[in-house]
Each structure stands twice: as C-alpha cells, then as structure tokens.
Write a protein that binds this ligand. Structure first.
Ligand SMILES: [Fe+2]
Length: 364
C-alpha cells in the first residue's frame, strides 16, 4: 500500500492495523491511495464502518492509524480532562486580558504556561474530539477568550499538518494566543455592538493588529516572528487586508489568518450565529484563492474536514445524522447515515423550504 504523504506524522506515533480490526477510536495517520494513485482518504480521517467498506472495495487490507488510548473508559476520562483543560485555559486568557486592561505588563510566563496547555490538549489522537467539542461550545459572551484558545489550537494543528518542527509549532500556538490582544484598546461599545458597524467604527476595529503589535514590541522574550504574525494576521494576498494593505505576509501570519477566519465564522457572536465548518470550507474555496495561502488552505480544508468524520450533525429537518465519510476531492459533500440510509448531502446549500442542510455539528 502506498503510505502517501506523511504530513507532520512521526512514525513512532502510528501503527499498521488491519482494516477489519479498526474502530471509531482509530484515526488515519497518513493519506491512503488506491493502486492507480488516486487519493481515497485524507490523513486524520476517523475510521467508520462505511470507510472500512470503502477501503475493502479498493482491496486495502491494512492502514496506518495513530496509536490510541484503547479502552472506552480511558477515552471518556481523557475527554473529561480535555473539557477541564479547555475551561482552565479560557480562564487563564481571561486573567491575562484583565491584567493587561488594568495597565499591568504582559505576563510572558503565563503565555508560556498557556502554550504548554494548548500543546497538551492538542495531542493529535484527540483532535477529532476537540474539534467537535469546540464546534459545540459557541458561547458568544466568552468569545473574546475562547477565540484566542481556539485560534491557537487550530494554528497548532496546521503547523503539525505542515510538518513544522516543535519550535515552530510553539510559535504558531503563541501567535494564536496573542493575535487579538490589541482589542483591549478598542472600545467595547464597538467590539460588542449588536448591529452593523459604521465605516468609522470599522476603521477603529482595523487598528487592532497594530495595537497587538505595539503591546508586544518591547517585550524581548517574545519572538519577532510572533510580533509579525499578530501585525499581519488580517493582511491578504490581494492587498485588500489591513492595517498595512501589504501582500508581503509571513507564513506564520498566513496560518493565523486561516485559523482566525475559521473560528470567527463558526462561533456565535453577539450579532450573528456561527455557521457550520462546511460553510467556511465553501467560503475558503470560493474566495480564498487570491487572498490566503492556497496550499495551506487546501491542507486545512482536507484535514479539518477529515476530522469531522464520525461526528453527529443536526439537520434543518430536525433529524440527527452521522457523517460516515468525506472524500478528499469532495469536502463539501459529506456522506451521512440518516434514517438507516446513506445520503450524500451538499452541506452548503442554502436551506430553502425543501432543502436539507446541516444546521450544526454535535459533540457526542
Ligand atoms: Fe484579529
């Protein structure tokens, strides 16, 4: 079997397993191709019964999967721990922001501790669960704090998927944690406004990356690559980003840009409901080519969609269905198990009266 591209995968972390013996706690460690070189599945896909059949039809008997925590009890205990760690990290961000708003200096040790926590909860074997968990907790009033953690988490995943080294993964996490710090300089009447912003208000919002940069600039502990990433995370390759309108964007800033947009669009805000991940993938495919790093975007869409396999979703009809497969060349059309049938659902249709659509991803 062709092992495919090893994106950020250390061979110590995975084991070859017979497809028949796989369960839904198994996550594919590499891309899988058929004998003609056609990519059948993307790395990080959660193995469902549907996928086992799909692999069998393509005469694939064994696959590389991440070494997992074996027992269901251990798995659920770990999921409980993750919820606690996530809650703790959100509280830590809250403390950092509160101290900074009160005029104290940025506590870099707290940022280092937070980075360690994100790296700890971000063990690749649990990402499928965390991605679903983050998708479910969309608390608008906690957005300021959860957003930093979520962006740090997604940035970490992207850095791993790109095969970056430990030091660079840590820089990606820290950039995610710090990217929006400058928002403490924006009046909350603008930040939390429920209606549309005026042109003048939007101009004020657009100053926040520069505020973030200035807050970090004099801190010698913070790597220059992080300072650049926070300054450039709203810049775009068509030159229509802000605050500089530059097309010279660092790789770290490109990672944060994608993580930031994904979390902002999927989260509930005081003025709007969050959309499903599939709507964001569709937006990225439609608008992303000239704006974001295209290669990075493709890596993000294929790996993030693969992690959603196995998730339960609520449909606009009120039914609950399970995503049993997402094919690498068709991330916007997941295959669902609904009412004892397999349904290929265009997940990004506008939900008209008779059109079925995914309303939200559930965390079960
Ligand atoms: Fe931002």
């Amino acid at each position: 079997m062709d092992k495919g591209v090893l994106l950020g995968v250390n061979s110590d972390n995975f084991t070859e397993k017979t497809v028949a013996d796989c369960t839904e706690s198994d996550i594919l460690a590499t891309d899988v191709f058929n004998s003609n070189g056609y990519k059948l599945l993307c790395a990080n896909t959660v193995i469902t019964d549907y996928i086992k059949t799909h692999l069998g039809l393509n005469h694939i008997r064994t696959i590389p999967v991440y070494k997992t925590i074996n027992s269901v009890t251990e798995n659920s205990r770990f999921h409980g721990d993750i919820k606690k760690y996530y809650g703790d990290t959100v509280n830590s961000v809250k403390k950092i922001v509160t101290n900074l708003s009160a005029g104290h200096n940025l506590n870099y040790d707290a940022i280092v501790n937070l980075t360690d926590s994100v790296l700890k909860i971000g063990d690749i074997r649990h990402c499928a669960y965390i991605v679903k968990y983050i998708n479910q907790i969309k608390s608008a009033d906690q957005y300021t704090y959860t957003h930093s953690i979520n962006v740090a988490f997604y940035a970490m995943l992207m850095a791993k998927w790109m095969g970056l080294r430990e030091k660079e993964i840590s820089l990606a996490v820290q950039s995610g944690l710090l990217h929006d710090l400058g928002k403490i300089k924006i009046p909350s009447s603008i930040l939390k406004k429920k209606g549309p912003l005026t042109t003048e208000e939007y101009e004020v919002i657009k100053t926040h990356p520069m505020h973030s940069y200035k807050l970090l600039l004099d801190n010698a502990d913070i790597d220059m690559a992080i300072k650049e990433a926070v300054l450039l995370h709203h810049e775009r390759f068509d030159g229509l980003g802000y605050p500089l309108g530059t097309t010279s964007i660092s790789f770290l800033a490109c990672i944060i840009a994608i993580a930031d947009v994904y979390d902002a669009m999927t989260s509930d805000r005081v003025y709007k409901k969050g959309v499903t991940p599939f709507k964001v993938f569709e937006y990225f495919q439609r608008e992303g080519a000239g704006r974001f790093d295209w290669h990075l975007l493709n890596v993000f869409i294929s790996h993030m969609s693969a992690l959603l396999v196995g998730a339960f979703v609520k449909l606009t009809s009120g039914d609950t269905a399970k995503i049993v497969c997402i094919l690498p060349d068709d991330p916007l059309t997941p295959i669902l198990y609904l009412n004892s049938q397999f349904v290929k659902l265009p997940a990004t249709y506008n939900s008209g009266k008779n059109k079925l659509d995914i309303e939200c991803v559930l965390c079960k």
